[in-house]
Design a protein around this ligand. Structure first.
Ligand SMILES: [Zn+2]
Length: 296
């Protein structure tokens, strides 16, 4: 009884409030961005100067970028035909680009022509949205293409520049689920023949994986993603500056820093700074305050 009277009291209020509720948000179709890997790399902003020469794999007379563009358009076409809003993006993403899903399309190349298979990766942080996006694409793509899954996910895939909003400006928004797909190896004759000869199937499989991800979205939305590492963004003044696993020169260096590449300073000790960089790795650099680093 109490409930019913409460409802009677609230109903007029609800009617009053209804027009204020923004309808467009709930009714808006999902927005999906498909990035054609290496497309228009000449237009990279200064912060990606080191990527301007990365034109992608070439094998058997096929340029990776051409295949990526073709497949990306087919994926977007499928997604649109299923009621979504879908766009094909070039290599440069506008700052804090927001979408319900962002998927970068690439094909692999390797000196070892035997290397084959596909792989899907996301940013290294743990977030159920991106984990779901990767899993659904892997499931659909693996099942429909029959291509083997290649487990050698590289640090550069996990730290893909277009995800890396901790370091760069031209990236997807932090709360946009992103994934990168390597559809197969162009340098492998079997993979190449499959991708070239089955473009429609390849595109539909990826599109269906994305559609499954969209359908898996909880009613209340995906949980808020963990924050990306933050720190002062710095550049290195010299090339080949050794980076160490800890704040000590003992032992071998683990990497070399390059000039004008961006790093985030996560911690400072006397004479040392802990750097976080592009691929998602961390290492220590010596003499940070005097000779090696510059704040852009
Ligand atoms: Zn590529």
């Amino acid at each position: 009884m109490l409930r019913r009277s409460l409802l009677l009291f609230l109903l007029p209020l609800l009617v009053l409030l209804t027009p204020i509720v923004p309808r467009t948000h709930a009714q808006r179709p999902p927005l999906i961005a498909i990035q054609a890997g290496h497309w228009q790399t000449g237009a990279y902003p200064e912060e990606f100067f080191w990527l301007r020469t990365s034109t992608g794999a070439v094998a058997g007379g096929v340029r990776e970028v051409d295949l990526n563009i073709d497949i990306a358009h087919r994926i977007a076409e499928y997604l649109r035909s299923w009621g979504n809003e879908a766009y094909v993006l070039p290599a440069t993403v506008s700052p804090s680009y927001h979408a319900d899903a962002f998927v970068a399309i690439h094909s692999d190349g390797h000196a070892n022509k035997e290397a084959r298979g596909f792989k899907v990766a996301t940013y290294w942080r743990d977030w159920v949205a991106t984990d779901t996006l990767v899993r659904e694409i892997v499931d659909e793509y693996g099942r429909q293409t029959g291509l083997p899954e290649d487990w050698r996910i590289t640090a550069n895939m996990r730290g893909y520049y277009a995800f890396n909003s901790g370091l760069y400006e031209h990236t997807i928004a932090e709360d946009t689920p992103g994934a990168i797909v390597e559809m197969g190896f162009l340098s492998n004759a079997i993979d190449r023949r499959f991708m070239i000869g089955n473009r429609e199937l390849v595109a539909r499989a990826i599109a269906q994986g994305i559609a499954r991800f969209l359908a898996a979205r909880p009613a209340e939305g995906w949980p808020v993603p963990p924050l990306l590492p933050r720190g002062d963004i710095v550049e290195v003044l010299h090339d080949r500056v050794p980076l160490y696993p800890g704040p000590s020169e003992e032992g071998a260096h683990v990497d070399l820093a390059s000039r004008r590449e961006r790093y985030a300073v996560m911690e400072r000790r006397t004479g040392w700074a802990r750097l976080f960089f592009y691929s998602g790795k961390e290492a220590w650099i010596q003499d940070w305050q005097t000779k090696q680093l510059v704040v852009p």
